[in-house]
Design a protein around this ligand. Structure first.
Ligand SMILES: CC(C)(COP(=O)(O)OP(=O)(O)OC[C@H]1O[C@@H](n2cnc3c(N)ncnc32)[C@H](O)[C@@H]1OP(=O)(O)O)[C@@H](O)C(=O)NCCC(=O)NCCS
Length: 154
């Protein structure tokens, strides 16, 4: 199993992976759009490849102040084999090389078991209130207005 940067030939596999792992994501998280938008800014998307198959992935952000982890995902049949941990450790190494001193992430409150995953890697639950607002006028904004707070699918 190797962890490496996303390359364009991974696109379909990465889209399938994210759709399988995050089936209820809102329209503004549409995978191909997310990939295009991310690559327009930087190339910090990492994939886990096992026997030629994309089995895990994550996205990393660094704004010069904080590092962020997004969409950390491992296919269900490959879980509990250390792949998620290796993805996150790889992402943290990358962030440290960029000068980052603090890594943040958000977890939907309905996703309690993922807290145990990050806890095992040394992350701590912090006393913060997470807030967000969609600032575009696309149809996904309507979705957020209708479902955002109620379903936390944002
Ligand atoms: C979270 C996720 C990426 C973990 O991937 P993974 O490859 O199974 O994780 P690892 O095998 O590296 O787990 C490392 C440790 O984390 C903890 N852990 C992982 N999954 C856990 C779970 N479901 N319940 C409790 N502890 C868990 C364990 O301590 C585990 O070590 P162990 O297997 O030796 O006990 C994977 O479950 C996933 O894709 N979940 C759905 C997507 C998601 O919610 N992503 C997070 C978005 S913020």
């Amino acid at each position: 199993m190797v962890i490496r940067k996303y390359q364009e030939s991974d696109r379909l596999a990465l889209i399938d992976l994210w759709k399988a792992v995050f089936p209820e994501d809102p329209p503004h998280n549409e995978p191909s759009q997310v990939i295009d938008s991310k690559l327009a800014v930087d190339d910090l998307i990492f994939v886990a490849e096992s026997d030629g198959k994309i089995v895990g992935a994550c996205m990393v952000g660094y704004d010069g102040h904080r590092g962020w982890l997004y969409a950390v995902a491992v296919l269900p049949e490959y879980r509990r084999a250390g792949i998620g941990a290796r993805l996150v450790e790889h992402a943290i190494r990358c962030l440290k090389e960029l000068g980052c001193v603090k890594v943040n992430l958000q977890i939907r409150s309905s996703n309690a078991e993922v807290v145990a995953f990050y806890d095992s890697l040394g992350f701590k639950v912090e006393d913060r209130v997470s807030m967000g607002m969609l600032v575009d006028d696309s149809p996904s904004r309507k979705f957020y207005e209708i479902y955002g707070e109620k379903d936390e699918k944002v």
